[in-house]
Design a protein around this ligand. Structure first.
Ligand code: AR6
Length: 166
């Protein structure tokens, strides 16, 4: 596991994860950036998927992205922490990794799901993210998946880096 500061659409990994919404038909933030970089064919494939529930994940091709796949997951909207947000966010990471494993992905990059438009506090969300990924990798020691946390600011990167050192 490592943390970098980057635009996730530029990363040369097998799969990037999209912090999407339940429609899977695009939006702002990282979702908008991924659809712009991948091109219209990504939206066309997403239209065939019938949406995605919060905490679940679905895979498409990456089209014009350097990444071969996009794994679309839907994070929870932050409602103060008592609406099952941590379990739903954990599900995003675990389901994305399961889909990655099923598709032979060896390297995957995650954005900081739910911490933009959806308002999940970054310190809390990053802790859920690192713990979920760590537990998945511990539970699948032979999977060989290299996980990158793709941060969009130096401040976010500092939070992830501290958790990865712990
Ligand atoms: N590369 C990496 N990270 C990015 C990029 C990028 N190009 N752009 C933004 N981020 P958000 P959410 C970071 O709002 O909170 C969309 O409209 C951003 O700084 O993209 O899960 C969807 O359609 C933040 O740290 O996703 C949904 O409706 C993180 O990505 C809704 O927003 C997530 O911010 C999902 O909200």
């Amino acid at each position: 596991m490592k943390a970098v500061v980057a635009d996730i659409t530029t990363l040369e990994v097998d799969a990037i994860v999209n912090a999407a919404n339940a429609s899977l038909l695009g939006g702002g933030g990282v979702d908008g950036a991924i659809h712009r970089a991948a091109g219209r064919e990504l939206l066309a494939e997403c239209r065939t998927l019938g949406g995605c529930a919060t905490g679940e994940a679905k895979i498409t091709k990456g089209y014009r992205l350097p990444a071969r796949f996009v794994i679309h997951t839907v994070g929870p909207v932050w409602r103060g922490g008592r609406a099952n947000e941590p379990a739903l966010l954990r599900g995003c990471y675990l389901k994305s990794l399961e889909v990655a494993l099923e598709n032979g992905v060896r390297s995957i990059a995650f954005p900081s799901i739910s911490t933009g438009v959806y308002g999940y506090p970054i310190e809390l969300a990053a802790a859920v993210a690192v713990k979920a990924v760590r537990e998945f990798l511990d539970g699948h020691p032979a999977c060989g998946i290299e996980v990158t946390f793709c941060c969009f600011s130096a401040a976010d990167h500092a939070i992830y880096s501290a958790l990865l050192r712990a």
